[in-house]
Design a protein around this ligand. Structure first.
Ligand SMILES: Cc1ncc(COP(=O)(O)O)c(C=O)c1O
Length: 384
C-alpha cells in the first residue's frame, strides 16, 4: 500500500476500467490488429480505432489517422525530431527540457549539423514567449517545447509561442508528457503541429503506450520500417497514415487500457481533473510554507504549474529524504535529476537534484497532510 506521490513518473492507481479493459483484452480478444479478417481480429482493430477516436476528441484532432501509436513520449519525440530535421535546420527549445527532447537534438546537432538554441528560462522555470520569438531565424524549422516541466511543474506559454511560430512559418512540437489528460490541449487553438504524448501518466494507460499527432501536410521520415498488415506487396513503407509510422505489431493490450483511461478523462472532464490537481498542489504548497528548512522550487502557484512540486531540505541529500519517506513513512517520491539536467541548471540544483512530489487525480488531502507531517519531522531532525 503506502502513499504514492510519483505520478509525474507514471500514474498509479489507474481507473478500475483500465484494469478491466486490459484483463478483458488479454482473456477474451488476444489477437493482433490490422492483420486478420476473423471476428476477434476485427475486435482488436475496433479497439485501436476507438482509442484513436477518443484521443482525437481529447486533443481536438479531426482526422484521427494522423494520431500514430508509439511506445511512449520518448519514441514520439524521437520520431518527430529525427523524422523532420535536416542539415542546416535551426531548432529553438527551452532550458527546461527533458532528455527525451534534449538528447535527440544533441545527436542531430552532431550527426546532421542542425543548430539548437535553448532559450533560458527563469529560476522558477518560466519562459518569456518574446525570448522564443527573438530566437527565431530564417533557417528555424521548429520550436520544440515541453508543455510543463517535469522538475518544477512550470507550465510554459504555449499559446503565445504557437502564435509567434505560426507568424514566422515555423513548426511547433509540443512535449505533452506532463500535461496530456490534466491540462486542456486543443491542437488547433494552440497551433500545435506535432503533439507528443505518453499514455501511462495523465492519460491513465499502461506503460508502453504513447503517441504522436502529425498535422496534415507534414511528412516525417519513419523511425522504423516493417510489417503493417496491409499493402504487403510494397517493398517500401506505405505512405498513408497511420501505417507509415506503425510498423510491427501494435501494443493492442496497452492500447485497450489506454482507451479506457482516455474515456475516463473524457467522462470526468479535463477541467475537473485540472481543478483537483490545482487544489492538491495549492494545499501542499501552502502547508510547505510553514516548515522551516525546506526550499521549494518552481512558481509556487497552482495556476502556473501542474501537480509537480520539487523541494529540498537543508542539510539532507534528496535521495536520503526520499529513502526516509519510503522506509519510515511509506511515501513514494522521486529524487535526483529527473532526466532533465538543464532544468536543474536553470533552477540551481544541478549539484544534488531535488525531491519531487508528483500529485495525481486520485491523491487525497489526507495523503498530502501525511507527506507534510513527514517532511516537517525530517526537516526538524536535520536542524537539531
Ligand atoms: C517532460 C517529459 N518529457 C518526456 C518524458 C518521457 O516520457 P516517457 O518516459 O513516457 O517516454 C517525460 C517522462 O518523464 C517527461 O516528464
Amino acid at each position: 500500500m503506502g502513499i504514492y506521490l510519483d505520478n509525474a513518473a507514471t500514474s498509479y492507481p489507474k481507473p478500475e476500467t483500465v484494469y478491466a479493459a486490459v484483463d478483458r483484452f488479454m482473456r477474451d480478444v488476444g489477437s493482433s490488429s490490422g492483420r486478420g479478417a476473423y471476428r476477434k481480429a476485427l475486435l482488436a482493430d475496433k479497439i485501436v480505432f476507438a482509442t484513436r477516436e477518443a484521443l482525437g476528441r481529447l486533443f481536438g484532432v479531426r482526422d484521427v489517422s494522423r494520431i500514430v501509436f508509439t511506445a511512449n513520449a520518448t519514441e514520439s519525440l524521437n520520431l518527430a525530431l529525427k523524422g523532420l530535421l535536416a542539415p542546416g535546420d535551426h531548432v529553438v527549445t527551452s532550458s527546461m527540457e527533458h532528455n527525451a527532447v534534449w538528447r535527440p537534438l544533441k545527436r542531430l546537432e552532431h550527426e546532421r549539423g542542425i543548430e539548437v538554441t535553448a532559450v533560458p528560462c527563469s529560476m522558477d522555470g518560466s519562459l518569456n514567449p518574446q525570448d522564443v520569438a527573438d530566437a527565431l531565424r530564417p533557417n528555424t524549422r521548429l520550436v520544440a517545447l515541453t508543455h510543463a516541466s517535469n522538475v518544477t511543474g512550470t507550465i510554459l506559454p504555449i499559446g503565445e509561442v504557437g502564435e509567434a511560430a505560426r507568424r514566422h512559418g515555423v513548426l511547433l512540437l509540443l512535449d505533452a508528457a506532463q500535461t496530456a489528460g490534466s491540462c486542456p490541449i486543443d491542437v488547433e487553438a494552440l497551433g500545435i503541429d506535432l503533439l507528443a504524448f505518453t499514455g501511462h501518466k495523465g492519460l491513465f494507460g499502461p506503460t508502453g503506450t504513447g503517441g504522436l499527432y502529425i498535422r496534415e501536410g507534414i511528412d516525417l521520415l519513419p523511425l522504423k520500417e516493417g510489417g503493417t498488415g496491409g499493402e504487403s506487396i510494397l517493398e517500401h513503407q506505405p505512405n498513408h497514415l497511420p501505417d507509415r509510422y506503425e510498423a510491427g505489431t501494435l501494443n493492442v493490450c496497452g492500447i485497450a487500457g489506454l482507451s479506457s483511461g482516455v474515456e475516463f478523462i473524457l467522462n470526468e472532464g479535463v477541467d475537473r481533473i485540472r481543478e483537483k490537481e490545482k487544489e492538491l498542489t495549492g494545499y501542499f504548497l501552502q502547508a510547505l510554507e510553514g516548515i522551516h528548512g525546506i526550499e521549494v522550487y518552481g512558481p509556487k502557484d497552482p495556476e502556473k504549474q501542474v501537480g509537480v512540486v520539487s523541494l529540498n531540505i537543508s542539510g539532507v541529500m534528496p535521495q536520503d529524504v526520499a529513502h526516509v519517506l519510503d522506509e519510515a513513512y511509506e511515501i513514494m517520491v522521486r529524487s535526483g535529476l529527473h532526466c532533465a539536467p538543464m532544468a536543474h541548471r536553470t533552477i540551481g540544483t544541478i549539484d544534488r537534484g531535488t525531491v519531487r512530489f508528483g500529485l495525481g487525480y486520485f491523491n487525497t488531502i489526507e495523503e498530502i497532510d501525511a507527506a507534510v507531517q513527514a517532511l516537517a519531522e525530517i526537516a526538524r531532525k536535520a536542524l537539531s
